[in-house]
Ligand binder design. Structure first.
Ligand code: PGA
Length: 250
């Protein structure tokens, strides 16, 4: 069974609610591609208006983070139930910016992954090495650890429906994209790791995205690789270029 491509925007901390709605209106006609699952990952405050603006379209909405408790005294956090009630289908978890600036650990990411799954939200679980780790030759060791801890207590059936985003930190927001061979090598390694944790069937079904300076010029080459099932797109998801990325095969 061929895996359907999934191309997600990660707006990060950009777009006020009114700007968000305007951007959705601009992008709506440009992101129509029945071969691709299209996702907009938006700031928490934009979720409600963006879900409303995306009604009746092919666009699903992702949160950029979520807490792993049901409710309670966690000032400033957002619960899975809130996301579900607002119409969110995906949640980006463990982005390198959250790991770096907000000190999220693999164990935190794992708790969030389990909570999201429990509530029927599909996790887009991020992993990726720093430039230093790449130069030290420990890229795959580091990523295998992120993936293995992130997936603790996730069953094979649950893992099959998940999305993993491979994002080398040195390629994020730098304009320095991994070559399609570099990206494929790691995405294949992640799939191999999934096969070891679970089995070949799970590895064949789970979708693995590449992220890091994806743009309209390099998307087609990256997405043509055997183990790359789409992209997680930051900067270029805020521009009409995102339409070209989604329609990379047209
Ligand atoms: P970028 O960001 O496309 O701007 O490099 C990717 C990401 O952080 O998800």
């Amino acid at each position: 069974m061929a895996r359907k491509k999934i191309i997600a925007g990660n707006w990060k901390m950009n777009m006020t609610p009114s700007e968000a709605v305007a951007l959705v209106e601009t992008l709506k006609p440009l992101v129509q591609n029945e071969d691709v699952d299209v996702v907009f990952g938006v700031p928490a405050i934009d979720i409600v208006p963006v879900v409303e603006a995306c009604k009746g379209t092919n666009i699903a909405v992702a949160a950029e983070n979520m807490y792993f408790e049901e409710s309670g005294a966690y000032t400033g956090e957002i619960s899975p139930k809130m996301l579900v009630d607002a119409g969110v289908k995906y949640v980006i978890l463990g982005h390198s910016e959250r790991r770096d600036y907000f000190k999220e650990t693999d164990a935190d990411v794992n708790k969030k992954v389990l909570k999201a799954i429990e509530h029927g939200i599909t996790p887009i679980m991020c992993c990726g090495e720093s430039l230093e780790q790449r130069e030290q030759g420990i890229t795959m060791d580091f990523i295998r650890q992120q993936v293995k801890i992130g997936l603790q207590n996730v069953t094979a059936d649950q893992a099959k429906k998940m999305v993993i985003a491979y994002e080398p930190i040195w390629a994020i927001g730098t304009g320095k994209t991994a070559t399609s061979e570099q990206a494929e090598e790691v995405c294949k390694g992640i799939r191999q790791c999934i096969a070891e944790i679970y089995d070949d069937a799970t590895a064949a079904e789970i979708r693995i995205q590449y992220g890091g300076s994806v743009n309209a010029g390099n998307a087609a080459e990256l997405f043509a690789m055997e183990d790359i099932d789409g992209g997680l797109v930051g900067g270029a998801s805020l521009k009409p270029d995102f339409g070209k990325i989604v329609c990379y095969n047209k």
